[in-house]
Write a protein that binds this ligand. Structure first.
Ligand SMILES: [Ca+2]
Length: 375
């Protein structure tokens, strides 16, 4: 996530990208059958994340530290409020939420008042959080206020995946992306129910590698702000925010054993970053785009597995914080066969949420929670 400087009171305190050229006509995507509409279903206070909850619900995280449940009448009163424990300076706040497979536990990812990335767990009973069961699962200190990553999701393997950015500043000054000795710049995989505070899943790729953190699943990430697993195939998709030139989508098949090196900070997309050298094991993005009109900060989404837009089935829906256009990738065997403009703009798209029914919601940091439907 890069949050632009704007006059909006809601995001006025956030700034990273000074000037963004929008609307260049040269990059018009090819036409596609799938076109969508957006129906606003609620207004939140700076929504940052959402996840399918128990009983077909969708839970929405708000940046300042509250969680609300989306219902027919909009959002509930907060079911959780940690606003006294986080701040919203830089790129901080409540950044991710997730349930485990049986909705037995709920996880939150936030930066604490010192800026430390923190993942906490709550037990869930009868669809409600049990505050007395709260415990901290994982923490990671952050050298700078930006590039915190912060997304959370359970994989089809039942393990918790946690995205952490490279620590921030610009250009990965500490070389965290390629350093297996730090959790920064990585996608982690842990088993929060298997130990105290968690267990390392057997088969994690760097277990037994001297000097490497065993939590690491994949590395070479700059700011993997949003990632997801395809509900249909189990494939992993990561939206990794670029430095100054290239936004990218990374991909791994469900059968991956982990260990992918996505290249940062030697590579930005398919291109050496400054005087970087492409690592021999670099896994290039399946899709990249430059700053020539499509945006400046990719927002990873989901592979569509709903029923409302049949033409969109199996396509990866994503957007860009600076541009807001909803786009889709058509992917076959890990190769992008098409990129399309879905014909709708979600505003300052900071995240998507996927309901248990596979339908998708678009979260605009300005407040809008909208459901994707047919055009
Ligand atoms: Ca990369």
């Amino acid at each position: 996530m890069k949050l632009r400087s704007r006059s909006s009171a809601l995001i006025g305190s956030l700034c990273l990208v000074a000037t963004v050229a929008l609307g260049a006509a040269s990059a018009a995507p090819k036409p596609t059958a799938a076109q969508v509409s957006l129906t606003k279903v609620a207004t939140a206070q700076n929504p940052t994340a959402g996840t399918a909850g128990p009983g077909g619900s969708v839970w929405i995280a708000e940046r300042a530290g509250t969680v609300r449940v989306l219902g027919d009448q909009g959002l509930s009163e907060p079911v959780l409020d940690i606003s006294g424990e986080t701040t919203t300076d830089g790129e901080r706040g409540l950044l991710g939420i997730a349930f485990d497979k049986d909705f037995a536990h709920f996880y939150i990812s936030f930066t604490n008042r010192e800026g430390t990335s923190t993942v906490d767990e709550f037990a869930v009973a009868d669809g409600k959080l049990r505050p007395d069961t709260r415990r901290t699962v994982l923490t990671q200190t952050q050298p700078y206020a930006n590039h915190n990553g912060g997304d959370l999701a359970f994989g089809p393997d039942g393990y918790l995946y946690i995205a952490l950015g490279d620590g921030g500043s610009g250009g990965d000054p500490h070389g965290n992306g390629q350093n297996l000795g730090t959790l920064l710049g990585k996608l982690l995989r842990i088993d929060p129910g298997g130990g105290d505070p968690y267990a390392i899943p057997p088969g994690n790729p760097f277990v037994g590698t001297a000097g490497a953190k065993p939590e690491i699943w994949a590395y070479g990430l700059r700011n993997p702000w949003r990632f997801s697993f395809d509900k249909g195939t189990g494939d992993l998709l990561i939206g990794d925010v670029g430095q100054n030139a290239w936004e990218e989508i990374d991909w791994a098949p469900a059968a991956s054993k982990g260990g992918e090196n996505y290249g940062w900070g030697e590579m930005e997309g398919n291109h050496p970053y400054q005087d970087g050298t492409e690592p021999a094991n670099h896994v290039p993005p399946i899709h990249e785009y430059d700053r020539g009109g499509l945006g400046c900060s990719v927002t990873g989404g989901y592979v569509y597995r709903g029923a409302a837009v049949p033409d969109l089935m199996g396509q990866y829906v994503f957007s860009d914080y600076c541009d807001g256009t909803l786009r889709a990738l058509q992917i076959e065997n890990g190769k992008v066969t098409g990129v399309s403009d879905l014909g709708a703009n979600g505003g300052e798209v900071v995240a998507f949420a996927q309901g248990g029914d596979g339908e998708l919601y678009v979260l605009d940091i300005g407040g809008g929670v909208s459901r994707i439907g047919p055009a």
